[in-house]
Design a protein around this ligand. Structure first.
Ligand code: ASP
Length: 281
């Protein structure tokens, strides 16, 4: 069984017109990630592929199109985890790496550390021959207009490959108008993303809330009840502590779950036996 689930953020849309194209990109990311898996690629390859589709689409709050911080700059975070080796790669506060998920992957695979920030992370990106762009590259007219948006269209993907390996990947510009130097849940393993041999998950929503719940790892607490129930319980707990977020998850049988307590969460998934990807809010 191979399967992938993706999300394009939880919150509420700024306008109705934003909804259909975002769902389309969710479907496209799921379909392209699925193709990687079908062609024998690893869960890491598939999750990275899906996240890069979002990072290169200005509609989403990751890579180009990220929200601006209070100083009018874009600061990016990303994370990835391999459920088999339990290896992690994470990055925060970067301003010039075109695809932050590639840097998170390079840290996981080629560095002795799990997490790099700011200038040191960017120096590592240069050594890894990753594409460097000016900060302006990330700033779109649309996101300037949505400076005070309530919507956090962060992106994420969880994939299961033919060897039963699960990987989770996430990328974000953080919350709109955030303080300079603010780090959210997204690059924090356990909060913004998590994967082991049983399941993988990625969270989206208000990072400060997600961290308090250690939301992606929280699914572990009731995983014996099945991925859907365990994911629902994690969001139920978040609601009890007045948090707002959504979660996507996938287990080693290829069962997917998506649960949120926000108005909507853009998502898409595709697994063996399906003719095409399903996308929704
Ligand atoms: N969780 C992200 C953060 O707080 C935002 C989001 O999911 O949209 O940085």
């Amino acid at each position: 069984m191979v399967a992938i689930i993706v999300h394009g953020g939880a919150g509420k849309a700024n306008s109705k017109e934003e909804i259909p194209p975002r769902i389309e990109t969710c479907k496209k990311a799921a379909a392209e990630g699925y193709k990687v898996l079908k062609d024998g690629g690893s869960a890491i390859d598939a999750a990275v592929k899906a996240v890069m589709i979002f990072e290169n689409d200005p509609l989403f709050n990751a890579g180009i199109g990220s929200y601006l911080n209070e100083k009018g700059e874009v600061e990016l975070d990303a994370g990835i985890m391999d459920g088999k080796s339990l290896k992690i790669g994470a990055v925060s506060g970067i301003k010039h790496v075109k695809n932050p998920i590639l840097l998170a992957r390079a840290i996981m695979e080629n560095s002795k550390h799990n997490f790099l920030i700011g200038e040191g992370a960017e120096e590592f990106a240069i050594k890894q021959n990753l594409e460097i762009v000016p900060n302006d590259y990330f700033i779109t007219k649309q996101k300037k207009k949505n400076f005070l948006s309530k919507f956090g269209d962060t992106v994420g993907a969880v994939a299961l490959d033919k060897n039963g390996r699960i990987a989770s990947a996430v990328s974000t510009g953080g919350t709109p108008n955030k303080a300079e130097g603010r780090v959210g849940d997204s690059p924090l393993a356990g909060s913004g993303f998590y994967a082991n041999e049983t399941y993988g998950a990625v969270a989206t929503g208000i990072g400060e809330d997600i961290m308090r719940a250690v939301l992606s790892f929280r699914i572990s607490l009731e995983i014996e009840k099945g991925i859907e129930k365990a994911t629902e319980s994690a969001i139920k707990y978040l609601t009890e502590i007045n948090g707002k977020a959504g979660l996507i998850a996938l287990n080693s049988d290829g069962n997917v779950a998506f649960v949120y307590n926000t108005e909507m969460m853009f998502h898409g998934y595709m697994k063996e036996g399906m003719e095409g990807p399903i996308g929704g809010i």
